[in-house]
Design a protein around this ligand. Structure first.
Ligand code: NDP
Length: 263
């Protein structure tokens, strides 16, 4: 534990998309706000990056157990492997909070417009990672980490402005983000003991943004994001991660709500 804030208590967190970008920043910020005895399970495809991150986190926060699982969440095998790793994380019966953060995501082929997307296999593959895995991983983890007295369970969906606003040449991304928000709103209605939050992190200076600038088919949109980068309007992932953890910690949102970085 480091820094002045530690009021998240003892937490078991499963964090997808932890190898880089926003997920990596979340891992760092989270570790500075939890009590010793907390556990963090990192999930992504890139083992090397997670091993390095786990080593650095453990050095800085020796009281926190950091594990990782290298898995492609777009596949059934990857999901199974992740759930298995989650079942093996110690401390499930003693932590005060379970935190499931659905952060992994992809843009899809944004060099294509709607009328160029004709291959159903491409679409299925996109939704496997960006919609199906968020649903099936969350449901499996909620079965793994069952409710018990004194335990608070939180489910976070990393969303986007694209869930509500159409962006030219991002049809898969927009549709996936919209579907996720609705899915998690339904979860909040069904499981009233959970705390469910959809969080839009704002435009972040990550690899995903570099892909936006390089590949967005629509020239106006591409230019808009190039200008944002050049004029310093992209948000540092650590700043947005802090905002998300502030919202979680304040615990004042309605379950199922959407909260944006700029709110
Ligand atoms: P990055 O592209 O930088 O990172 C994506 C993360 O997801 C990586 O850790 C990557 O790990 C993981 N990932 C991708 N594909 C898979 C897969 N098949 N299986 C497992 N893990 C996978 O993205 P950001 O950090 O920018 O974005 C994080 C989240 O925030 C996303 O959901 C994104 O949609 C959202 N967001 C981002 C914004 C931005 O401006 N960047 C704006 C609004 C929302 P690996 O490649 O190692 O598997």
């Amino acid at each position: 534990m480091a820094g002045q804030v530690s009021s998240l208590g003892t937490v078991l967190c499963v964090l997808t998309g932890a190898s880089r970008g926003f997920g990596k920043s979340l891992a760092w910020e989270l570790c500075s706000r939890v009590m010793p005895g907390s556990m963090l399970l990192l999930v992504s495809r890139t083992e090397e990056a997670m091993r390095g991150l786990a080593e650095e986190l453990t050095l800085k926060h020796p009281g926190i157990g950091v594990r990782w699982v290298a898995a492609d969440l777009g596949t059934a095998d990857g999901l199974k492997k992740t759930v298995q790793a989650a079942q093996e994380v110690p401390g499930q019966d003693t932590v005060q909070k379970i935190l499931i953060i659905n952060n992994a995501g992809s843009l899809g082929d944004i060099s294509k417009s709607f009328v160029d997307i004709t291959d159903p296999a491409e679409v299925d593959s996109y939704f496997s990672l960006n919609v199906s895995s968020a649903l099936c991983l969350t449901s499996s983890l909620l079965k793994t980490y069952q409710r018990r007295p004194g335990l608070q369970r939180l489910v976070i969906n990393i969303s986007s402005l694209a869930a509500v606003k159409p962006f030219k040449s991002w049809s898969l991304y927009c549709a996936g983000k919209a579907a996720r928000v609705m899915m998690f709103r339904v979860l909040a209605e069904e499981e009233t003991d959970l705390r469910v939050l959809n969080y839009g992190p704002g435009p972040l200076d990550t690899d995903m943004q570099a892909q936006v600038r390089a590949q967005t088919a629509d020239p106006d949109l591409r230019l808009q994001f190039i200008n944002m980068k050049n004029s310093g309007q992209l948000i540092d992932s650590r700043v947005s991660a802090r905002k998300l953890l502030d919202v979680i910690q304040a615990d004042a949102y309605q379950s199922g709500a959407n909260v944006d970085f700029y709110e």
